[in-house]
Design a protein around this ligand. Sequence first.
Ligand SMILES: [Zn+2]
Length: 151
Amino acid sequence: MSNVMFYCVKCHKRATKRHKCNPLSYISITSDMRCVVDRLVDDLGFKVYSAVHYIENVDRSFLHKIELEIEFNDDYSETLLQSMPTGWNWYKFDVRDGDILLSGLRYNEDYLWTGDGTVTDRVNKIIADFMEYLGTRDPQAFRAVLTLHYS
Ligand SMILES: [Zn+2]
């Protein structure tokens, strides 16, 4: 598993012990996911709770399970992001013993390493493709819909 750190979405900085913002603006991320968080939060207006990625080597073989997971701090409708790149899906989860339902985005891939590049290269490509997809969404339209339905 990659290193998870706290990231302040207000200052766009790693939140260390000395960071003085309201902890509500801190989210857990792996550093490679930072660009995705900035796009989702700053440009599109989503409330993100965490954004991490995992790479798991299966039985010391060339097979790797790659997972990227973005948890939102709201129960967003799947219609907000449609026709995402292959491998990306919406999911729902609950917190506080089922009292609160939230939504998230998850990417799963069984990646067979063939000697071409590294597994990290593959993760960076998945992130780049997702960034390109998010770049095709209209920030103004998004902010309008999110403010209307989710604030
Ligand atoms: Zn801050």
